[in-house]
Design a binder for this molecule. Structure first.
Ligand code: ADP
Ligand code: MG
Length: 836
């Protein structure tokens, strides 16, 4: 005998039902089989909705019509696909159930509530409706089959809606159908899952009961065990048990073998793959359980058995699960300390309130006991505890009972944990990498499972992060590129080129959004970067900076990517006003845009505070010196206790070029013209010559060195003599410019006599920033800096008398884009070494 269970996913429509029937027939060729079917996918939910609606005074007839249509349609489709299947006849068999359902609902309508017995009769209808359809299919396929009524075989006690199996009585009922000498025994026994007979008290007449939500798995285990099956197969819509729910973790890994204990922990702590009570009866008899895919029957599936298994020799954990809709209840107070029997008093109260405890933690001082129950039971439990401890609470020996609703329990499970140290720290590291607050942590006494209680809405993020840490899947970076002009566009191309190489180093970088003035494209799985410029021609969203930012924020809040990075490659003055919103949404920011850091000091501090609070990064290495390592170097000096004493820098490619040319005797106006033609300057060279860009960079350097300073505090020395009128259009200005040639030529000649040259840049001295021309001697590092090169000269307490100098090209799309790319890569957190 082999037992096969088909869940709703294997019974969703006529095609699935036929597929499942083929699996049954193939198994029946080798052995006798007992088959447990659940309801058509969605039917149980419809039944529950019908009850809820009716009780609240809305007629349930529509639901009955719905159900009739669903089953009717399946029958008609089966008839068209399967010769010998008679739809009319099958529907006639089902019809009395719809009539009964109408009646039951009508009763509820006038009654206004749903007693347990009626609840069980209604909720069990889905299984009762599907079984005759499967029977008819197998009969049409000429199988030796018998439809059994599970209520005559499976007996329970305890809770009517969620009973405990009475194995004695069930085994007795099953006895005649166990494998025997009689070769003419029926090959296929067909049972309904979920439904059973419930015995209220010993000797009472059994009435219909249920095995709890998704209880068909449990049905299969009870029936398989009592019929003496050698194997129980659970057929669903995935290839087996994965290391995490494959709908949450896209790269979850299929587990070949798992021990009973592991599978039990996983299902107890929320993994949907098997009902939590399923494995105990199978383990008791050493019956192997298999999780198999009815949509892909040739896949091997996952075996659940006694172990140890060779396939699992190396890995210490086999899965991660999350249990949502959980509440944590805490009982504390001075009376808790050292008093024996408090725990037992608490837990007997919980159990009297018909709730079960999912997890317990106790602080080492014994001052507080915290435990989790289902959210839906939390109020009842709190009331029961408040009542039980009424006196103590009034006397303030016990604090008011605390309830923390909407939590989730995240668990990592694996036998290998026993021999592997470091699992707990890896687990907590993974959670803290996503800034997830751990409300409580507990390790099962078996050392097979560690669980953390966290806030419910973070459950999926937590599972993803923990999975990443334990299974070495690549760390992800999700880039939202705002602005894709020269710098942004080059950066996107660089990401595209480097993607595969980074993946080999376990970093999976994806661009999820690109925004330009043409509009925005957004793709949850990552934009195909091979032709992103093409795609920008038909953007999904029109351009509107604020709306696009809002859409990105909404997307991040909904989809919760693990490591979202907002990249501002615009020169926008307004976009930085949104940075706080962006950080608060849980994104990091990387940007070459200087605007944010040159706003007022208060905003400067706020940005950093918000980033810290959110455990995200605000990165702007390219604000100064493009790809040159300026900001990082300064921050490291500052953090390690060094102090800037003074600074000189040439921080503009155009000014470097123009003033370098003067050394060679080129007239000032000609040098400016050349620089403009080489596109070193802005379209209006006065935008460079007025020093404002240099001032912003100087401001940022001063701030990074620890000075509180505003843009207005900077002293600006003019380049032109007072007599020169620099106004007018660009053309007018350029036409007038030769008037200053003599002025500069004389300056240069005078300096030359002292072996000096003229340079333009920023200086910081005694915390004061000034921008203007500098007379530079031969031993100054700036003496030879020209031709567009930048140079940054830092004199610090440690770097003197010879300063720390960084020089190189401080502009250009390639180096700037690479600098931003570098910032993006700095957002991935350190992944501690694996344990194996
Ligand atoms: P059935 O109706 O056949 O019982 P369920 O929907 O109850 O099927 O269970 C199968 C689903 O369980 C899968 O589609 C999968 O999304 C989910 N699931 C959750 N955790 C896991 C896991 N660790 N491994 C495999 N599937 C899982
Ligand atoms: Mg299920």
């Amino acid at each position: 005998m082999v037992t096969l269970k088909f869940g709703g996913t294997s019974m969703a429509n006529a095609r699935r039902i036929l597929g499942s029937s083929e699996i049954i027939i193939n198994r029946a060729k080798e052995d006798r089989v007992s088959v447990i079917v659940s309801a058509v996918a969605g039917v149980s939910n419809t039944l529950q909705s019908a009850i809820d609606a009716t009780v609240s005074g809305i007629s349930g007839s529509n639901y009955v019509t719905d159900l009739r249509n669903t089953h009717n349609e399946i029958c008609r489709e089966l008839q068209s696909k399967l010769p010998g299947f008679d739809a009319e006849k099958t529907m006639a068999v089902l019809e009395p159930n719809f009539v009964e359902l109408e009646k039951l609902l009508a009763g509820l309508y006038s009654f206004g509530e749903c007693p347990d017995t009626v609840h069980c009769r209604i909720m069990g209808m889905g299984e009762i409706l599907l079984a005759p359809i499967m029977e008819a299919v197998l009969l049409a396929k000429k199988q030796s089959i018998m439809l059994m009524d599970s209520r005559k075989f499976v007996y329970t006690t305890g809770n009517q809606k969620e009973g405990e199996a009475d194995y004695g009585r069930t085994a007795e009922a099953c006895l005649p159908f166990r494998d025997g000498e009689n070769k003419s025994q029926t090959r296929i026994l067909l049972f309904q899952g979920f439904i059973c007979s419930w015995i209220k008290t010993s000797g009472a007449t059994p009435v219909m009961g249920l095995l709890g939500r998704n209880g068909s798995d449990f049905s299969a285990a009870i029936i398989g065990s009592c019929l003496g099956a050698k194997r129980v197969e659970f057929w669903t819509d995935v290839d087996g048990v994965y290391t995490a729910d494959p709908r949450v973790v896209k790269d979850a890994v299929l587990v070949d073998d798992m021990t009973y204990e592991e599978a039990m922990e996983l299902s107890f702590f929320g993994s949907k793959v098997l009902h939590p009570k399923t494995l105990a009866p199978l383990q008791a008899k050493g019956i192997e359980a298999w999780s198999l895919n009815s949509h892909n029957p040739s896949a091997r599936g996952t075996r659940i058995g006694k172990g140890p298994f060779e396939s699992r020799a190396k890995s210490s954990i086999c899965g991660i699960s999350s249990l949502k809709h959980v509440a944590m209840i805490s009982v504390g107070g001075t009376l808790m300390r050292g008093r024996t029997g408090m725990a037992s008093r608490i837990f007997s109260t919980v159990s009297a309130a018909k709730s079960s405890v999912l997890l317990i933690t106790q602080s080492s001082s014994e001052y507080t006991i915290s435990f989790c129950v289902k959210d839906s039971e939390a109020d009842i439990v709190r009331d029961a505890l408040s009542k039980n401890f009424e006196l103590e609470i009034r006397e303030q020996l016990i604090d008011e009972i605390e309830v923390h609703k909407n939590c989730a329990i995240i668990s990592v499970v694996g036998d290998g944990m026993i021999s592997n140290r470091g699992v707990a720290s890896k687990f907590t590291n993974a959670l803290s990498s996503q800034d997830i607050n751990i409300i409580a942590i507990a390790q099962g006494s078996s050392e097979r499972c560690i669980s953390a209680v966290i806030s419910g809405e973070l459950a999926d993020t937590a599972v993803k992060a923990v999975h990443q840490f334990f299974f070495h899947t690549a760390q992800t970076i999700e880039v939202f590129a705002f602005g894709a002009g020269t710098i942004g566009g080059t950066m996107i191309d660089q990401i595209y080129q480097q993607h595969d190489k980074l993946l080999k180093e376990n970093v999976d970088i994806k661009v999820l959004a690109i925004t330009t003035i043409d509009g925005m494209i957004l793709n949850e799985d990552g934009i195909d970067l091979s032709n992103w410029r093409e795609q920008m021609k038909n953007p999904m969203f029109a351009f509107n900076s604020d709306v696009n930012v809002n859409d990105i924020i909404k997307f991040v809040k909904e989809k919760k990517p693990l490591n979202p990075v907002f990249v501002d490659c615009t020169a926008s003055y307004d976009l930085p006003d949104r940075y706080l919103d962006i950080l608060n949404a849980g994104m990091s920011i990387a940007t070459p845009n200087k605007r944010a850091n040159s706003k007022n000091m208060e905003f400067y501090h706020q940005l950093r505070k918000t980033a810290n609070k959110m455990h995200r990064r605000f990165l702007y290495e390219t604000n100064v010196g493009a790809g040159l390592p300026i900001i990082d170097t300064l921050q490291n000096l500052y953090k390690s206790g060094d102090k800037l004493t003074s600074f000189n820098g040439i921080m503009s490619g155009s000014l470097s070029y123009i003033f370098g040319k003067l050394d060679e005797g080129v007239p000032f106006s000609k040098a400016v013209l050349e620089a403009k033609e080489l596109r070193y300057t802005e379209p209006d060279p006065r935008d460079d010559l007025n020093g404002m860009d240099v001032a912003r960079k100087g401001l940022i350097i001063a701030r990074e060195s620890g000075y509180n300073i505003e843009l207005d505090d900077i002293t600006m020395y003019k380049v032109f003599p007072d007599s020169f009128d620099a106004s007018g259009t660009v053309e007018e200005f350029l036409a007038k410019l030769p008037q200053v040639d003599d002025y500069f030529a004389k300056k240069i000649a005078d300096l030359k006599k002292q072996n000096k040259v003229l340079r333009m840049g920023a200086t910081i001295k005694d915390g004061k920033v000034s921008v203007g021309m500098m007379e530079v001697g031969q031993d100054d590092p700036l003496y030879s800096v020209k031709g567009g090169e930048n140079a940054f000269v830092f004199y610090t307490e440690r770097y003197q008398p010879i300063p720390l100098t960084v020089r190189g090209y401080g502009a250009g799309a390639g180096v700037t884009a690479a600098g931003v790319f570098g910032d993006i890569l700095r957002t991935v957190s350190f992944n501690p070494e694996g344990l194996d």
